[in-house]
Ligand binder design. Structure first.
Ligand code: NI
Length: 393
């Protein structure tokens, strides 16, 4: 059973919904019309709707034939767009200046709506499915807020599943992966204190630029000397701010940058070593520095066991054995589905959408979600529910 016929029958409807959302992009926690649209569709399908979570978040609750059984799973889609100008000129291009669905969340929302419609019609499963429509995936942590506002206590889920379109893969392919699939991403700002003065009289100053240079150099040893060569990690210092004149040693240097890691252990280690360098290196020069380390999204780590086996089995069923890849490396990008995977076992897959050869990569101004992949993505969701929550034989 590859694509579900009934889903293919309403492909045209889904294309219309997707393009409607694409034309009307809304960003972090301002997905007012999008969430209204989602809630309206869910109600139309006869699904119980909850709208009082994470601002614009929406959860739809549907029981299979025979009502609740105590078993439940969650399926999650993100609804937000990006703050960027769309360069496309087709009819459904963004009507909102400076905002664009450049990551395909319009498609993710639509595919989950499509699955909701099919499952509400057929209810060929036993238990409960929670359709989780989250706001603010692009940096503002809507997934984290849903979890903090009791997503899994209000809507219990034994397992939770996510999906993202992937332009690097051709349409028809699905990547399933055990372990890390996306990186954790943190930010930091370091303030190096000095004692300013005349550049010709450096002995009367404490030069924060020299100290900052030593911090930058020492930082390079963390990934190369402190983490195992088998593991992955990044510390990049991306901003250096200091000074205003040729002949003045400044009072202060500000360094900013980002930390990426694929495991919680490496992330902890990178933060600990970076803090240690910032605390100790300036002391040898008779000065001090402070660090403001802000944790962003944790690594997105897929669980092994049941959720991975389910995702693999269902992907093979809908896409065909040869179209399911399990040997693709993780991405150093970040994803706030990570917060849900920290709470519940689950799995996040990539669905090929093609277009990378045309420059149609995620966050590119010419990007557009590929409507052709909707029957596959929607069939994956529907089959996942029917497989994870089977009716008694
Ligand atoms: Ni995205």
């Amino acid at each position: 059973m590859p694509i579900i016929n009934r889903i293919a029958e309403f492909h045209a409807d889904m294309t219309e919904w997707r393009r409607h959302i694409h034309e009307n992009p809304e960003t972090a926690f301002e997905e007012f019309k999008t969430s209204e649209f989602v809630a309206g569709k869910l109600k139309e399908f006869g699904i119980e709707v909850h709208r009082d979570i994470a601002g614009t978040g929406v959860v739809g609750v549907l029981h299979g034939e025979g009502g609740p059984t105590g078993r439940a799973i969650g399926l999650r889609a993100d609804m937000d767009a990006l703050n960027m100008e769309e360069a496309n000129s087709f009819a459904h291009a963004s009507k909102v200046p400076g905002k664009m669905h450049g990551c395909g969340h319009d498609g993710h929302t639509t595919m989950l709506l499509g699955a909701a419609r099919y499952l509400a019609e057929t209810r060929n499963f036993a238990g409960t499915v929670n359709f989780i429509f989250q706001p603010a995936e692009e940096g503002a942590g809507g997934g984290r807020r849903m979890v903090e506002e009791g997503l899994f206590t209000r809507f219990p889920c034994d397992m939770v599943f996510g999906m993202h379109n992937w332009p690097d893969l051709p349409p028809g392919q699905i990547v399933v992966k055990e372990g890390p699939i996306m990186a954790g991403a943190d930010q930091f700002e370091i303030k190096v204190a000095g004692k300013g003065g005349h550049a010709a009289l450096p002995h009367h100053t404490i030069d924060p630029i020299v100290i900052a240079a030593h911090i930058i150099t020492a930082t390079q040893t963390v990934v190369s000397r402190n983490i195992s060569p088998i593991e992955s990690g990044v510390i990049s210092i991306t901003q250096v701010h200091a000074g205003s004149a040729y002949n003045v040693i400044p009072e202060e240097v500000i360094l900013r940058g980002t930390v990426r890691a694929l495991s919680h252990e490496v992330r902890e280690l990178l933060e600990k070593r970076l803090r240690h360098i910032v605390e100790t290196v300036p002391v040898t020069f008779g000065s001090t520095a402070t660090i403001n380390y802000r944790r962003g999204y944790p690594p997105t780590v897929n669980h092994g066991g049941a959720p991975h086996e389910l995702a693999t089995q269902v992907a093979r069923k809908v896409a065909g054995e040869d179209n399911v890849l399990n040997n693709v490396g993780p991405s150093m990008g970040a994803e706030d589905f990570a917060f849900m995977l920290q709470e519940r076992p689950g799995s996040y897959v990539w669905v090929g959408q093609g277009g990378s050869e045309l420059g149609c990569l995620l966050h590119n101004p010419r990007y557009d979600f590929n409507d052709d992949i909707m029957p596959l993505g929607t069939s994956y969701w529907a089959t996942l529910v029917e497989t994870a929550l089977p009716k008694a034989a």
